[in-house]
Design a protein around this ligand. Structure first.
Ligand code: KG4
Ligand code: ZN
Length: 403
């Protein structure tokens, strides 16, 4: 099956062509085209993702990214096309709030042949609702002209699948690694911190979640307090690793400095997380010290990362006791963090040496459309597809739950 996949839940605009065969048990995914544009630099001045800017950027970038993904997949054919006027009227109403996107798409449709596809997969939620709507309406408009169904996908399901696939051969092909159910997923990104228990594909139970900030959000806010540019997660982590590596070196002239931050909710019996207090503890420390030397910044970064890691590992361990699993995965942007990855791997190997821990390849760690196409294939194969009818057209859902 061939999917066009679209992802616009946050500040990445992504379009991919995913071709899949093999069925639920041994799927083989070929990524024929993968075009992604990160808006992160544009949001940097706001210190976080600015929803209306994200929405506008998605609108501007979707058609160029579609063109690129189709070109890479050798599926773009120039051809003058005519369609009934009613279709354009309907497109106008679907994309009435997306002037730039609407104009770009009409131009595209008039000049290119229909693309042979089985379905269009699109992220329905969770995420920033104005941003999600752009992708959803783009998918609806394309579906109207090309006569193919839309498969709405939960973004978190995408993050789960991206952790269990492995790249093989030429690098554009992915197959499943060793996946045994039940599976426990720790999903950590700028928007989510969730522990999800999965007895089988398509069935999810969220057993723990954050009560306030997501982990990635906490990383980004603390990075900002240390004067690092947005999104500061990776920078903060680099600084923490450097400080960890140099911990035992005595550097002449560098002052002695230590700090201890809380491990929020680590000892509570439930599986919930809370990171806003930790962020406030860093804020107080920064305010108390005034000017921070590079050494102090490094120590703060390391202690913050240690605290987050201990909480994530501790809660995951507790979740494994309460909800036994044969596979552990970590997914989402923060799963790129080497300290967190290593600590989770160490805990799981000690606890269940016979079972596998998976994290996504670098290319699939952050938000992307490939994972949305893969999830759509699994859904199609399992026959658990969200019903879209003329009376009940597809909508975006910013707080969409897994299930
Ligand atoms: O999954 P993602 O690309 O987008 C969301 O759905 O949020 O995750 C982005 C988040 C940002 O907060 C970013 O700072 C964080 O992931 N991040 C990291 C690292 N790499 C990305 N946080 C900590 N350490 C990293 N190495
Ligand atoms: Zn994400």
């Amino acid at each position: 099956m061939r999917f066009l996949a679209i992802e616009t839940s946050c500040d990445e605009t992504a379009v991919a062509i995913v071709e899949a065969t093999g069925g639920v048990k041994e799927p083989i995914f070929h990524v024929a085209g993968n075009a992604l544009y990160s808006q992160a630099k544009k949001h940097a001045q706001y210190g976080g993702v600015f929803p209306s800017l994200a929405k506008r950027e998605h609108g501007t970038n979707l058609v160029p990214l579609l063109t690129r993904a189709l070109t890479d997949a050798h599926l773009l054919m120039k051809e003058k096309k005519t369609y009934p006027e009613e279709l354009f009227e309907e497109l106008d109403s679907i994309l009435s709030r997306e002037q730039v996107l609407s104009a770009g798409l009409i131009e595209f449709l008039r000049n290119h042949a229909k693309v042979p596809l089985d379905a269009i997969a699109v992220t329905r939620g969770p995420g920033l609702e104005p941003a999600l709507w752009v992708g959803v309406n783009f998918a609806r408009a394309l579906s109207l002209f090309w006569g193919v169904p839309v498969v709405p996908i939960n973004h978190l399901e995408g993050h789960i699948i991206s952790a269990v696939v492995n790249q093989v051969g030429d690098g554009a092909t992915y197959t499943f690694g060793e996946v045994r159910f039940p599976l426990l997923a720790l999903l950590i990104s700028g928007g989510h911190t969730e522990l999800v228990h999965t007895p089988e594909w398509g069935t999810y139970r969220v057993v723990g979640r954050t009560r306030d900030d997501a982990v990635g959000e906490a990383f980004d806010k603390v990075a900002r307090l240390l004067g690092l540019p947005y999104p500061g997660g990776p920078e903060l982590s680099r600084l923490a690793n450097l400080t960890r590596a140099n911990a035992h070196r005595v550097v002449p002239g560098v002052e002695k400095y230590e700090v201890r931050f809380p491990r929020p909710m680590l000892t509570s019996q439930n599986l919930d997380f809370s990171f806003s207090g930790l962020k406030t503890a860093v804020l107080y420390e920064v305010q108390k010290r005034g000017e921070l030397s590079p050494h102090m910044k490094g120590v703060i970064a390391r202690e913050f990362e240690d605290s987050v890691t201990e909480v994530l590992v501790g809660k995951t361990r507790r979740a494994l006791e309460l909800y036994p699993a044969r596979t552990l995965i970590a997914g989402g942007g923060v799963a790129a963090n080497t300290h967190i990855r290593r600590s989770l791997a160490r805990m799981f190997t000690e606890l269940q040496p016979q079972d596998a821990f998976h994290v996504p390849d670098a290319a699939l760690t952050g938000d992307n459309a490939v994972m949305i196409g893969m999830a759509a294939y699994m859904r199609q194969m399992l026959g658990i597809v969200h019903e879209v009818t003329e009376e009940k057209p597809l909508s975006a859902n910013g707080s969409m739950r897994l299930g």
